[in-house]
Design a protein around this ligand. Structure first.
Ligand code: NAG
Ligand code: NAG
Ligand code: NAG
Ligand code: NAG
Ligand code: NAG
Length: 612
């Protein structure tokens, strides 16, 4: 199937609220109101719970979104529902999840083969993990409970641990016929599995999962995807036995997986110093790379594609990545409390920035991508709504001290519908300690880890009234809302899933190393890989590669549309190209060293060629 309009993902957006979103980050009610607005804006884009929707379209965003983004978004919506007490989407979410369990209750669906890589499957599993940890209500007629599904998915994925090359690792793709990426072992697939294992270990107390997580972490480090300064690169090529890192792009979501997985391991190991060091390392690196204090006021941004510095724009998948860094920073703060002050500072600034960006469209509440601009950037879509939602509900969870539960925690109890009043919740005060950036090579400072994860309790005694839904994980307050009646009807039928094809690509890698001696608090070396279709116009390769003059990006620095042209794409997203995708992923074909002065962003340009 062709998607010539791939770049025009300006999906219809119908106002559910009017007026720009106001956010007072010190006011819990204000945070909830903003999150509610974003959630409604997001769900307006979801068409596939309408009566009559084909079974296999349920839970999936309209084309050209890939299957994985459903799982990704439902994870965020589940958490939002539980943290806010807004029950209006519960039925739609339950329906979306269960419709994708598959015959073995592990998120393997035969008709979704072309879009199912390990990471795609795992994003859905992580949504179910959140349902467990935040006690999201089970669907009435679920074919399996959440734990069963999470465990099945994890075990299914780990059954593909591949020791035939590189000493282990998970490939990006599951099926050999999905050749593009079948030779690629990447951080997102391994990072999702690492994090899910750590969370299952904490939830169940079963060390099988944490043993896997140790193993996955060690392997990822061993092939250079995690560096000594906690960079997380994108992937390695098993055709070369992972001799070198094939793609050194750093994405927020790769960091997010290893950050929060390490935080859960820190909890599982009762505060082992090695995991504490890793948590600190990933967090420090995220702060340096994804929140530029100098120019962006600690507001999160997608370094690799958002500012134009790198010479490329974010694709449809990448528009949503800030959602996952937001979500998983908040979870990190919950289970590794020594990070909380710092994380609160960054999420607060980001949520405020996001609110300013959610001022577009007819309703003046449509969210854009670039939170640091102080206004709407003209883009809109699932990724934009989801990212704003997640950073805001992440902030809400910090305010409420929400901690994921473990197995056996008491079930949520119905409470009365009395207006929820946050009992305490003082405004969080970012500490000044968080502002000092550790030198990259230095060990993270030892911080006393006083509070382990607080026990979670649903408190409040039930009685009477119409209450059905309550957020059980809220420590400082409980709340409830009458459940909205939502049709549970599951339409039958069939329709084709999304399919697309990819070009084979050659690669140009440009590395800009900062001269030593120059301020190196930022990334000492940044490498950017851009995939260029081989047939058409030659990529613009910076000539005079060793001069010190910064290379000027010829194009692509203007505001991106909702989704960038399909002409420029990077195989570093969480999705899977179609089964018809031809070429295997080659990794970086050539590297050009460019000594840059103060230019941080690497610059490379891919010329485009049409087609998907
Ligand atoms: C679909 O989901 C939306 C948002 O949760 C909800 O408002 C709507 O009622 C649902 N529609 C059906 C038919 O379930
Ligand atoms: C721990 O998890 C593994 C993998 O799911 C399972 O095979 C094993 O039975 C579990 N152990 C216990 C004690 O539940
Ligand atoms: C880097 O630059 C910042 C701001 O110019 C300065 O405060 C800091 O001390 C410098 N760090 C190093 C290591 O030179
Ligand atoms: C994800 O990356 C693949 C591989 O480059 C690409 O074909 C696909 O278009 C990307 N997905 C999206 C939604 O951009
Ligand atoms: C790719 O680029 C060509 C040339 O700039 C353009 O004509 C075409 O519409 C683009 N294709 C897509 C899918 O954006």
């Amino acid at each position: 199937m062709k998607f010539s309009t791939f770049g025009a993902a300006l999906l219809p957006f119908i106002a559910s609220t009017a007026g720009a979103v106001q956010l007072d980050p010190n006011d819990e009610a204000s945070i909830k109101a903003a999150a509610r607005s974003y959630a409604y804006g997001l769900m307006e884009l979801y068409k596939n719970n309408a009566t009559g929707t084909a079974e296999q379209d349920i839970g999936v965003w309209p084309q050209p979104h890939y299957w994985w983004e459903g799982g990704a978004a439902w994870g965020g919506m589940i958490e939002y529902s539980m943290f806010s007490g807004d029950s209006s989407h519960v039925k739609a979410l339950q329906q979306a999840l269960t419709a994708n369990y598959g015959p073995s209750n592990d998120f393997i669906l035969s008709y979704r083969k072309g879009q199912t890589g390990n990471d795609d499957q795992l994003f859905w599993a992580l949504a179910v993990m959140s349902a467990l940890e935040y006690q999201f209500p089970d669907a009435d007629s679920a074919p399996a409970d959440y734990l069963e599904v999470a465990v099945n998915a994890f075990n299914n994925v780990m059954g593909r641990w591949d020791t035939t090359t590189c000493g282990g690792g998970l490939k990006w793709q599951i099926y050999p016929e999905n050749a593009y990426g079948y030779n690629y072992k990447n951080s997102i697939s391994n990072g999702c599995a690492f994090a899910l294992g750590a969370r299952l270990a904490r939830y169940t107390g079963n060390s099988t999962y944490s043993d896997w997580s140790e193993k996955i972490y060690d392997w990822t480090k061993s092939v250079g995807l995690i560096t000594d300064i906690y960079e997380v690169f994108d992937g390695v090529d098993d055709k070369t036995n992972c001799a070198a890192v094939a793609d050194k792009t750093q994405w927020t979501y790769n960091n997010a997986m290893f950050l929060h997985g390490s935080a859960f391991m820190y909890d599982v190991t009762n505060g082992a110093s090695i995991w504490k060091e890793r948590v600190s390392g990933f967090l420090s690196h995220a702060e340096l790379l994804f929140f530029s204090a100098e120019t962006k006021d600690n507001i999160m941004y997608e370094w690799a594609c958002e500012t134009g510095e790198s010479g490329r724009t974010c694709n449809l998948d990448q528009q949503s990545f800030k959602a996952y860094l937001s979500r998983f920073m908040a979870q990190t703060a919950a289970v590794a409390p020594f990070t909380k002050d710092s994380i609160n500072k960054y999420l607060t600034a980001s949520a405020v920035g996001a609110a300013k960006s959610c001022s577009g469209g007819d309703n003046k509440a449509t969210c854009g991508s670039k939170w640091y601009t102080g206004s709407w950037d003209g883009t809109s879509g699932v990724g934009q709504q989801l990212s704003a939602l997640e950073v805001t509900k992440a902030l809400l969870s910090l305010k409420q001290n929400i901690v994921p539960v473990k197995q056996g925690a008491s079930e949520p109890k119905p409470t009365t519908t009395v207006t929820p009043k946050p009992s305490s919740t003082p405004a969080a005060k970012p500490t000044s300690a968080a502002t000092s950036k550790p030198a990259e090579s230095s060990k993270p400072a030892e911080v006393p880890s006083s509070s382990k994860a607080a026990p979670v309790n649903s408190a409040t005694v039930p009685s009477t009234k119409e209450v059905v839904f309550t957020s059980a994980v809220v420590v400082s307050s409980t709340k409830s809302t009458a459940a909205a009646a939502v049709s549970t009807q599951k339409p039958a039928g069939s329709s084709a899933g999304v399919a697309s094809s990819c070009l084979s690509r050659t690669t140009v890698t440009v590395t800009i190393s900062k001269p030593s001696g120059v301020n190196t608090t930022c990334t000492p070396s940044t490498t950017l890989t851009v995939y260029v279709p081989p047939v058409t116009s030659a990529p613009v390769v910076p000539s005079g590669a060793t001069t010190s003059a910064p290379v000027v990006p010829p194009v692509l620095t203007t505001l991106a549309p909702a989704a960038p042209s399909a002409n420029v794409s990077v195989p570093a997203n969480g999705s899977v190209p179609s089964s018809t995708a031809p070429a295997e992923f080659q990794g970086a074909a050539s590297s050009i060293m460019v000594m840059g002065g103060s230019t941080l962003g690497a610059i490379a340009v891919a010329m485009v060629a049409g087609l998907l």
